[in-house]
Design a protein around this ligand. Structure first.
Ligand SMILES: [Zn+2]
Length: 96
């Protein structure tokens, strides 16, 4: 979060209807780093309201982190996701 200096930093999974379900956590690629306090807010109100409240686009950040990650295995695993999820990344990677 811009300007936030809160600690500890946690991996916040960004849930969508497509990437999660009851007791099903999204793929770890759908993560952004948030402080514990902002992570709790994001869980409580969901990412669309979180985005609106803080003027941020968490799913856009997810894509940026995937594109710029030095973790080749993570990027390869994203490309193997089922189509309905993989498109989220493949479209932006220019392979669709
Ligand atoms: Zn924070």
């Amino acid at each position: 979060m811009p300007g936030c200096i809160g600690l500890p930093i946690e991996a916040a999974h960004i849930r969508t209807a497509a990437n999660s379900g009851i007791a099903v956590k999204p793929h770890d690629a759908f993560c952004v780093p948030l402080c514990q306090a902002h992570h709790k807010v994001q869980h409580r109100i969901g990412h669309p309201r979180f985005d609106a409240r803080y003027g941020i686009r968490l799913l856009a950040l997810v894509r940026v982190f995937v594109w710029t990650s030095p973790d080749d295995k993570m990027r390869e695993s994203v490309l193997r996701l089922p189509d309905h999820l993989g498109q989220f990344f493949r479209k932006e990677l220019g392979t669709v």
